[in-house]
Design a protein around this ligand. Sequence first.
Ligand code: FEO
Length: 164
Amino acid sequence: MISKKLETALNKQINEEIFSAYLYLSMSAYFLSLNLDGFASWMKAQAQEEMSHAMKFFHFLDEMEGRVSLRAVQEPEKEWKSPLAAFTAAHKHEQHISSCIHELYRQAGAESCFPMQIMLQWFIKEQVEEEASAAKIVHDLSLVKDSTQGLWMINRELGARKPG
Ligand code: FEO
């Protein structure tokens, strides 16, 4: 059994994860519009990963005899000034998600909900990777600046990412 307070907090996080998927899918469409297929494919894989995060919370809440309650998903942005601006926004978004996860962990601790804390430990580790991978791409894009060749190389590298 889970408290109403934690149930509400987990439902909010399901929405955050689905919004993340929506945001990255919107970024994927933006990259397709620039003919940067590798960037677009990376973002599509990221969107799929976000849906799997949403489903982890979904199943956990159900297993804990909570009620999953889906909310409206916010409309994501559609345009960015540059690939660097899009990845900077993605990195900032991951920092926001990390702080949501940390807050959930604190709330679970305050109620001694140990199963939720254990479940969240996976996400705490995952967020370290999520922030680091976005930060690396921001760094690489900052290095190449306006070089078409540099952008092409990153595009090729990102296109090699496998989904999941
Ligand atoms: Fe589900 Fe990228 O955090």
